[in-house]
Design a protein around this ligand. Structure first.
Ligand SMILES: C[S@@+](CC[C@H](N)C(=O)[O-])C[C@H]1O[C@@H](n2cnc3c(N)ncnc32)[C@H](O)[C@@H]1O
Length: 315
């Protein structure tokens, strides 16, 4: 198996879950050691730690914060210790994955880091504890890549490729920076890199997660000069250039126009053999009976699909 993502945190998850060959119990000592590390007032506390002011997260600098200070102190201590220990690349990835999952459980956000809640979430009062991730002891030699998909794909030939790209929003009023993974999860990148970057804005984002620097074509909701959606064209390029016999693609309907364009692409570069609609509210999947059924009008503005395409072989 080969995985690829452009973000640092996905790379660490990939190493943790796809490259690990040890049983989960191998990591118990490391996790216990990290849980015992003393916290202190470091860089994360200074920038992202808040005190509880009668249930509100209002700080001296006037900014809301994603974590209460008892958890950022632990984060400061543990993140330093991960670098101080002589860990292998995979051990480090297991520790970082677990640290991110633990911090995620005690945050005071709506699931991303472009803004923080005014009142502390109830979970933010808890103290985060590290546990062993749900690991597999891999027996195959998997490959984990970090890079732009169009570059990474050039060296990969597979039977089956699964793409789960960001879904561009068709909401023209929404600032593009709000729907970009780099800005949603800038804090995960900062914890992995531990590079104490320059920050900007009320949410304290990494400099390179700004609008001008963090654009990927999949997250662009605009149309190009020829009147085609840039995000849909990027998906076309993906499907057209991947060296695979079968391609599965996750997609969330961003409106009728993008759906029609996407339907053309799916049929232009292969044969659409199955479409599944996922209903997250009801937690069910439904297989579409005929290939164009997914294009029907629906009251539901955001519908999620997985398409399975048989590709024509690249000549
Ligand atoms: C919908 S998420 C998929 C997440 C992944 N399937 C998972 O479950 O963790 C979209 C992912 O695409 C990545 N991404 C965006 N543009 C990319 C590009 N040009 N090349 C590679 N990955 C990209 C983002 O970093 C993000 O993790």
């Amino acid at each position: 198996m080969t995985s690829n993502d452009i973000s640092e945190w996905s790379y660490q998850f990939g190493l943790c879950y796809l490259k690990n060959t040890q049983k989960p119990s191998y990591y118990q000592e490391l996790i216990d050691h990290l849980n015992a590390v003393q916290g202190y007032d470091g860089w994360f506390t200074e920038n992202y730690g808040g005190l509880d002011c009668d249930g509100e997260s209002k700080q001296a600098d006037g900014l809301k914060k994603p974590w209460q200070i008892h958890n950022t102190r632990k984060l400061d201590g543990v993140r330093d210790e991960i670098d101080a220990l002589a860990l292998s690349e995979i051990e480090k990835a297991v520790a970082l994955t677990r640290l991110l999952l633990a911090m995620d459980k005690v945050d005071s956000t709506l699931g991303h880091f472009t803004s923080y809640l005014r009142e502390w979430s109830s979970r933010s009062y808890k103290t985060r504890q590290l546990e062993i991730p749900l690991l597999f002891a891999n027996s195959t030699n998997n490959t984990v890549l970090k890079g732009d998909i169009f570059t990474s794909m050039q060296s990969v030939a597979v039977d089956f490729a699964y793409f789960d790209p960001p879904y561009g929003s068709n909401n023209e009023k929404m600032p593009p920076s709000r729907v970009r993974y780099a800005s949603y999860y800038h804090l995960w990148a900062t914890i992995c890199k531990h590079d104490k970057p320059a920050l900007f804005g009320a949410a304290g984002r990494r400099e390179e997660s700004s609008d001008k620097l963090a654009a990927t074509a999949f997250e662009d909701f605009r149309q190009n000069d020829a009147g085609h959606f840039i995000a849909v064209e990027a998906i076309e390029q993906l499907i057209a250039s991947v060296n695979a016999n079968y391609v599965a693609l996750s997609y969330s309907s961003g409106g009728k126009a993008t759906a029609l364009e996407l339907n053309d692409i799916l049929n232009r570069h292969g044969t659409l053999i199955k479409t599944i609609e996922l209903d997250y509210k009801k937690n069910v999947m439904a297989e579409m009976k005929w290939t164009n059924e997914w294009l029907r009008e629906s009251d539901e503005p955001n519908r999620e699909f997985i398409f399975l395409i048989r590709k024509e072989p690249i000549l």
